[in-house]
Design a protein around this ligand. Structure first.
Ligand code: HEC
Length: 143
């Protein structure tokens, strides 16, 4: 009887060790997959910050960007309806203070520039800002 009891105790001990091992293993798996998930989301956020989701010259993006430029975002008030300039510099030529690549213009819009260019990161979502970038690029491309 005593022997049998000891045998049972040992069995339970071994079983609970196994169970603990399985639980730990699953926890580490879960933690691992969480890591890869956040990593993926960060990589995506970075991609959207420096690269346009639109093809260069995408007519729908340009049209949407123009609507934001003359409307909601009020760019035209400082840069002119056609980008000819005013309070802000002309955007329809190929001269740039801060660069005319899509990523440069996006950076200008997101963070603003020191001599009077406001930041628009809070005024529009990133996709809209890329639409405005597409429109601004179309202005200088047509000259
Ligand atoms: C309150 C007036 C004002 C508004 C509104 C405004 N800008 Fe500007 N913008 C400026 C000024 C002033 C500068 C020059 C900033 C500098 O030189 O530091 C500028 C600079 C820029 C530049 C950089 C030009 C270069 O040569 O590198 C771009 C691009 C630009 N604005 C686009 C826009 C767009 C697009 C909008 C609307 C989303 C907008 N701006 C709204 C005044 C404005």
């Amino acid at each position: 009887m005593a022997l049998r009891e000891r045998y049972t105790t040992v069995t339970i001990f071994v079983l609970s060790l196994l169970l603990a091992a399985v639980v730990l293993f699953q926890l580490s798996l879960a933690a691992g997959s969480e890591d890869t998930q956040t990593g993926g989301a960060e990589a995506e956020a970075e991609a959207s910050a420096s690269e346009s989701p639109f093809e260069e010259g995408d007519p729908e993006a340009i049209e949407a960007g123009q609507a934001l430029y003359v409307g909601e975002l009020g760019c035209a008030g400082c840069h002119g309806q056609d980008g000819g300039g005013g309070i802000g510099p002309a955007l329809n030529d190929d001269q740039w203070v801060y660069g005319g690549e899509a990523a440069d213009i996006h950076e200008t819009l997101v963070n603003g520039r020191p001599n009077g260019m406001p930041a628009f990161a809070d005024a529009a979502d990133d996709e809209q800002l890329w639409q405005v970038v597409a429109f601004v690029q179309s202005l200088s491309a047509s000259e």
